[in-house]
Design a protein around this ligand. Structure first.
Ligand SMILES: Nc1nc2c(ncn2[C@@H]2O[C@H](COP(=O)(O)OP(=O)(O)O)[C@@H](O)[C@H]2O)c(=O)[nH]1
Ligand SMILES: *[C@@H]1O[C@H](CO)[C@@H](O)[C@H](O)[C@H]1NC(C)=O
Ligand SMILES: *[C@@H]1O[C@H](CO)[C@@H](O)[C@H](O)[C@H]1NC(C)=O
Ligand SMILES: [Mg+2]
Length: 380
């Protein structure tokens, strides 16, 4: 063992010295090099307002760790989605998190395999935690009439409604609507960024979306919005209206009703934010208004008797209980979940993000997108 010395030998010291001298030389002779690596410069890029989120340089890791928001990525997935999950995480790491080092929470209704934990832990630049979902947060409750639920599943399947026959999809939608933010591993965070297996991040994200949300007092952010299949939520809007009538105190004065209804709340226009991408404040979901809203909807059984998605449930709540300006559209974040892509439409965003998506594939103003409605609404 004597020959294995841990002290640097003379050659290693020489190399270290050489690197240090080169750095000094570069700092003095090359203004750009000195400017980019200067700590105060990097720190000033982090000052908390929007105009500072325009730099190309990634902030320095060490400095950044003090500035991190109280936030985590959350990924709900199955063990057999290991490689699709690896790909999503690899991309968000390369495009963003290799600098910011936000932690991850992986959730599943069955324990993650050792292989799953090994692969994901190996590729993240931060902490990864693996959680088991409590039974009553996932499975169909006993008070649901299974005969009635089964009839509905069979009917929806025969009508070729997407996921119409799937019970597990319904469990997933109910979990994402009302439970993920209550999981013990999620409780310690305020903000989350939802990611799914097999999604793509097409651009460098050269600012911190969590900090942006915090500083601008946002509660919910999206990249893609679209129209929901009406057959999956036939009675949802009626229940929303009943809830609002019984609980007018929760309605934000200056809300987004004009985005989700074309006749002042009489009918739902089916617009929603596509929830496979979400960055949001969990205190909003944990708050009195949303908790009561969720309990009310859940008691109607529509997650099982119909096929209510977490996307319309989240979106409707955000549109009614959040005030104007608290919802944000991130044009800068190039994002793909098959079959749709949001590719930054601003040329400047595309260049700064060194994007890999073709702007012509951008879904923003597709026929079933709701972004035009959103943009018109926020400019009224
Ligand atoms: N653990 C677990 N995750 C699921 C299950 N069903 C869906 N998910 C996850 O829930 C999210 C949405 O499901 P997905 O099949 O992508 O639905 P889609 O995006 O609406 O087509 C993804 O992150 C899936 O990995 C399930 O039964 N168990
Ligand atoms: C935002 O940053 C700019 C540039 O550093 C500064 O001039 C401005 O006062 C800041 N605004 C706020 C609200 O902090
Ligand atoms: C982060 O947020 C959670 C939930 O709001 C809170 O319980 C926790 O104390 C916060 N942690 C820090 C370090 O602020
Ligand atoms: Mg998906």
């Amino acid at each position: 063992m004597n020959s294995l010395s841990l002290r640097p030998g003379p050659i290693a010291l020489l190399i270290l010295g050489l690197i240090f001298s080169l750095h000094l030389l570069a700092s003095f002779t090359h203004e750009e090099y000195g400017r980019v690596t200067s700590i105060s410069r990097i720190a000033s890029k982090l000052s908390p307002n929007k105009s500072t989120f325009t730099g190309n340089a990634f902030p320095n890791d060490q400095i950044y760790s003090d500035k991190r928001a109280n936030a985590t990525f959350v990924i709900l997935c199955r063990n057999n989605q290991l490689w699709d999950t690896v790909r999503s995480v690899r991309e968000i790491e390369d495009r963003f998190n290799n600098v910011y080092h936000y932690p991850y929470v992986f959730l599943n209704e069955v324990p993650f395999t050792e292989e799953f934990k090994y692969r994901l832990s190996s590729i993240v630049s931060s902490k990864a935690e693996f959680g088991l979902i409590p039974r009553d947060h996932w499975f169909q409750p006993d008070w649901i009439d299974e005969d009635k639920a089964k009839k509905s599943r069979d009917k929806m399947q025969s009508e070729n409604i997407i996921y119409g026959g799937s019970l597990s999809y319904r469990n997933m939608c109910r979990f994402n609507s009302g439970f993920f933010f209550r999981h013990p591993l999620m409780q310690k965070y305020k903000w989350y960024w939802r990611i799914e297996p097999d999604v793509h991040f097409h651009c460098d994200i050269t600012f911190d979306p969590f900090r942006y949300m915090e500083e601008q007092n946002k509660i919910y952010a999206f990249t893609i919005s679209m129209v929901e299949y009406e057959a999956t939520i036939p009675t949802l809007w009626g229940h929303v209206r009943d809830f609002v009538q019984k609980n007018p105190q929760y309605v934000a004065k200056n809300n987004y009703m004009g985005f989700i209804s074309d006749n002042a709340g009489e009918k739902y226009n089916l617009c929603h934010f596509w929830s496979n991408f979400e960055i949001a404040n969990m205190e909003f979901w944990r708050g009195e208004a949303y908790m009561n809203f969720f309990e009310y909807l859940d008691s109607k059984g529509g997650f099982y008797y119909e096929r209510w998605g977490d996307a319309p449930v989240h979106s409707i709540a955000a549109a009614i209980f959040a005030s104007r300006d608290q919802i944000h559209f991130f044009d800068e974040i190039g994002y793909e979940h098959a079959p749709y892509t949001h590719c930054p439409k601003e040329r400047d965003h595309w260049k700064r993000g060194r994007c890999s998506c073709n702007p012509k594939t951008n879904f923003d103003f597709d026929g079933v997108s709701c972004l035009d409605k959103y943009v018109k609404f926020i400019h009224t």
